[in-house]
Design a protein around this ligand. Sequence first.
Ligand code: PLP
Length: 458
Amino acid sequence: MTPPLANSNAARDIGSVLHPYTDLVAHQEIGPVVITRGKGVRVWDDTGRDYIEAVAGLWCASLGFDNERLVEAAARQMRQLPFYHGFTAKSHEPMIELAEMLLARAPVPMHRVFFANSGSEANDTAIKMVWYYNNAIGRPQKKKLIGRVKGYHGITLAASSLTGLVNNHRSFDVPLPGFVHTMTPHHYHEARPGESEEAFADRCAEALEALILAEGPDTVAAMWAEPIMGAGGVIVPPRGYFPKIQAVLRKYDVLLVADEVICGFGRTGNYWGTQTFDMQPDIVTCAKALSAAFLPISAVMVNARVFEGLARESHVIGTFGHGYTYSGHPVPAAVAVETLKIYDEIDIVGHVRAVAPTMQAGLRSRFADHPLVGEVRGIGLIGAVELVADKETRANFDPSRKIAARAAKLCEQHGVISRALPGDSLGFSPPLIINEAEIDEMLDRVRAALDELAVQLR
Ligand code: PLP
């Protein structure tokens, strides 16, 4: 590897930036890929190379990497009112309009919307709301929270405690006490030989019930779930999973929080992943595609039951003592309003449904028989291929070989930015505006990369 030129972007980056989700020592040698511009589903680096962004950045750039209407919406709002807040009952139109639009589009009846800046903050907020709610209704002991092994809910202290991924816990001294994790609903790895998806879903529900009973039902407040587990490996739940899980939650009066940070706004072929998988959440968190990733904003929607508890307690105390300086910031809120209008106008869900078969069938036709691929999975415009050392036993490669990271690097050399996920999976979640020709081009490039990897591993 040639060292970066002095004063190049790469050298300056190495000398100054502490990167998220990066081996900070290896980075000193390898350096960054510096992205300079984007258009449609593509981005360009500072050497002029183009890449198809097969993960929409971080599962978020739903409308791709240019959109004049969103630029204009931001500029208009900055000229009109660049900042105002929602503390102590102040308000402004973009926040009101966005809250109304979200409530009108909610997957199940929702009552109020709280705004934050990121998915992690939305989940942290929802955690605090669940605790506040249970204090309000006189059950202060009912506070434990259930996440799932391989679930991802962000990296702030409480959200990372809900997250069920080793690298988000190790050496950070989380999870905090009171956070527990139930099993991953991944049929390919977790099912017993011959076990149907339905029978496996039953077993997942039994495991959840056993966990609640072991912890003590009076101490368990809520369960968090992404409709599809994204960062944990694009794990699609087995048939019938959520209705069975929810029957257990209802039995013990445990709330369900749907983390729609990736799945919201069309990704799975419905407006919400909640609808694709028959979830009935009490609270919904969303972010990312809410503003097409043009500016940071997230939201927490709560149903009437939760809102009434929060309201009552805030009235006793005299304030709902939670909020971020930039909760409902008018500029990202205005961009989000414009984003949701664009989704309606271009029928984003209809578009995803129209092109998703090309991606799902294309993934399967190119990779199901590939010598390195164990499972191809996904729905709508989200998918993954899992690399295995042995197709028969489904054994992954030795983690020290970092096979998925190597595959992602080769994809990059073939002009596709994909994402290496835990469990040796390569994730795909392209901008929702991708067309069929671009999907084919993306998958052809990935196929070439995996063929090259297969040759290297021979
Ligand atoms: N929840 C889910 C399902 C996510 O995928 C993510 C981020 O990828 C988050 C929460 C955290 O969002 P953020 O990175 O905006 O804090």
